[in-house]
Design a protein around this ligand. Structure first.
Ligand code: ACO
Length: 323
């Protein structure tokens, strides 16, 4: 029996506080015009002092469970992609499991920065295809604002907070009717770690540290690597990349997204873009955008959807699924 990993529900959550580009221009020497022209970002959501990454993840998870018609008791695998965990340990997945009241199951975090959600989806697919797990809760959740240096205009204007979640269920290929995750491509090249990293950590400094990025060097790597990952999953799934219905990219920079669209001969109206309102929410950006597409009726049952991400590591990857 061949098992497919099918996305049966999604949900997302954004903290209510919004920080606009104008707000930022009162903190660092920047302007709404610069941020919009260079990135496409207009505003981002910032978690309240009383909100942890797990709180954002729990809200997204509840909505995903409701959309899939499942309860926490059904979940036997929880994977949380995050770079901003509540604590060094236990994992944010364990904390979310307890907050949801889910029973003992497999639960762990994945750390692949902005590619985290693609890594989590690819990992869940392999667990579900093995037949050992039936119902996965896959979350991308971040309070990225907590690791920003608010005096560094080259990074603090780019990021925001939020969470998104998928319920992914194992289904017999016959019942799946063509739906499911068709292929994933996950890569990391640690030789480029110094392009994008946090200058602190448990073992190195016993502090949390702040994001440091050579943005223009990352930018130069992005379009080529993301496009190659998308072509690789399309080839593995034996589909023409131009036959995808929706492109749900990691929301780092509008110019990177446009570059990939052009390179792969896609149409701009196939892109689900939330960057203007969310900024870069790291591992949360893909499920946040995906859910928006589902909720507003653009992404429908049977559609072919391409996800891609790139971030610290450097990590990059793509996943292709039929909804
Ligand atoms: N406001 C005004 N001016 C600014 C700002 C700002 N917020 N930030 C930088 N500048 C200035 C710089 O100082 C520089 O000035 P100079 O020419 O006098 O030296 C000028 O603007 C141009 O700076 P660049 O860094 O070359 O600008 P660029 O066009 O490359 O845009 C950006 C910067 C938006 C960061 C872009 O490089 C980018 O998006 N890179 C990729 C980011 C990414 O994809 N990261 C991966 C995911 S994130 C993760 O994994 C955590």
């Amino acid at each position: 029996m061949t098992l497919k990993a099918v996305v049966t529900g999604c949900g997302s959550y954004l903290p209510p506080d919004v920080m606009t580009n104008h707000d930022l221009s009162a903190i660092v020497e920047t302007s709404d015009e610069w941020i919009r022209e260079r990135t496409g970002i207009r505003e981002r959501h910032i978690a309240g002092d009383d909100q942890r990454t797990s709180d954002l993840g729990v809200e997204a998870a509840k909505k995903a469970l409701a959309a899939a018609g499942r309860s926490p008791a059904d979940v036997d695998l929880i994977i949380v992609a995050t770079t901003t965990p509540d604590l060094t340990f236990p994992s944010t997945a364990a904390i979310i499991q307890a907050k949801l009241g889910a029973p003992a199951a497999t639960a762990f975090d994945i750390q692949a920065v902005c590619t985290g959600f693609v890594y989590a989806v690819g990992t869940a697919q392999k667990f579900l295809a093995s037949g050992q797990h039936k119902c996965a809760l896959v979350i991308g959740a971040e309070t990225f604002s907590r690791i920003l240096d608010w005096s560094d205009r080259t990074t603090c204007v780019l990021f925001g907070d939020g969470a998104g979640a998928f319920i992914i269920e194992a289904m017999d290929e016959g019942d799946a009717n063509g739906r499911g995750i068709m292929a994933s491509f996950l890569r990391c090249d640690g030789r480029m770690a110094d392009l994008l990293y946090v200058d602190g950590g448990v073992s190195a400094t016993q502090t949390t540290g702040h994001v440091r990025m050579q943005g223009n060097k990352v930018f130069r790597e992005a379009i080529e690597r993301i496009s190659a990952a998308m072509l690789a999953v399309a080839e593995e799934a034996k589909v023409d990349p131009r036959s995808i219905d929706w492109f749900v990219p990691h929301q780092a920079n509008e110019r990177i997204i446009h570059g990939v669209v052009k390179k792969l001969d896609l149409r701009p109206d196939q892109v689900i873009s939330t960057i203007a309102r969310h900024g870069n929410t790291s591992a949360a950006s893909i499920p946040l955008a995906f859910c928006e597409g589902v909720e507003d009726g653009r992404i429908k049952r049977g559609d072919l959807v391409m996800l891609e991400g790139m971030g610290g590591g450097l990590t990059w990857g793509a996943a292709l699924l039929r909804v």
